[in-house]
Design a protein around this ligand. Sequence first.
Ligand SMILES: [Zn+2]
Length: 507
Amino acid sequence: MPTRPLLTLLLTLSLSGALIAQDNAAARAARQWRQQHERAIVDEFVELLKIPNVARDRENIRRNADFIVAMMRRRGIEARTISVDGANPLAFGEIKTPGATRTIVFYAHYDGQPLEPREWTTPPWEPTLRTAAIDAGGQVIPLPPAGTPFNPEWRLYARSASDDKAPIIAQMAAIDAIRAANIPLKSNIKFVFEGEEEAGSANLVKMLEANKALLSGDIWLMCDGPVHQTRRPLIYFGARDVVTFEITVYGPKNELHSGHYGNWAHNPAMVLSKLLASMKDDKGRVVVDRFYDGIVPLSATERRAIAEAPEIDAQLMREFWLGSTEGAPKKLLELITQPSFNIRGLSSSHVGTQANNVVPTTATASIDIRLVKGMDPARTLDRVVDHIRKQGFFVTEQEPTADVRMAHPLVLRLTRQRVGLGAVRTSMDLPISQEVIRVVESVRGPTIKLPNMGGSLPLAEVEIPLGTRTIEIPIVNHDNRQHSSDENLRIQNLWDGIELMAGLLAM
Ligand SMILES: [Zn+2]
């Protein structure tokens, strides 16, 4: 729940859709259509949300894909599923526009995060309307009868109501509206709806490579994730990539009495702490040699976009109970355009009531590095390993034997986890980027534009096999409890999303 300052900011900055003078015919048509068909739009959405959608549930995944293909076919869109062995299918649709010289691909995913039904207030695959968010006292209400408008602050609760079935329904409603208003399309349109994004998109590259001509276009618009915390519309032009690994350092074979051996045997928790501390300076800068090499600097347009974005650092610090931030005075939005080196978790022996007076046997740190454009993931990890060696460690990727442990003063085991394809960032200066910005602002008003999001998306997995750039266009509320229990969508975000998708479909 937002603290008071963030809430005040929300109230002052959030523009209700009605206040924005819409300079976009498709978006105006979408609003009119939506106002006349609110109940029908939500009914179709509810049917889609009722189908369980955890990636490993193959039977229901197939039902989702078939349902979405049928949704597209009902609208005259050529549609089918596409798959490779062992993969959850893509639901694919295509509108060929006579005379069009450009193809826009809309991406969303229909699978959702695994869940524990007992943690949900109402069942995850029984979509439920509430008068507000649950933690703001929202009460369950029935869907209003057709012809009665929904309150825009109502929320629809269900797994994937936000992440990521909302864009699918928004795009389908937008197609209906464009057709009803006889607005001609200018581009070829493709829809790609993935069924295993939350399971790591393990087969996406294979499916794209096997269908390169079919799935490529001039741009992929990735419709996933939430809009800004101020509720203002947001466009990302990239994401950070992530490398993950663990390091374990070794002490004695068994835990030793800390009184008898405490300043004689090396303590692995202390050794690991010193090693970790050697990787960053007091300003939060990573001091691993050549860590920042190759980073593509921000352009003037990108710097300007960050400077124009609202600064909510102080509000976020209050919301998260932070007394200071790393890298200050640099702000969050600038820092997420830089790489990070983060300790995800630390473990050595026990604490609390389980603590013993011992010298532990091992200490382990689990680490993630967020990469930005220009950094090579494997080379970055190599540089970290070089740094570890320079601190005097023998580095091995196997569990070290007694002989190995006795042969070296300091022994460290490295376990590689994820090494991805690298971060991508589409230039804001490209004509297609500028056009997307113009369209979004003509529909939704002043829009926050960020060079990249702090988190990671499988963008290189799209760009490398297809040679098609990506731009990220979220529509859902930031407080949607994405990936958690009680996931929900604020109705106004759906309405705004329909108008936004109409504008983009017609561009
Ligand atoms: Zn998602």
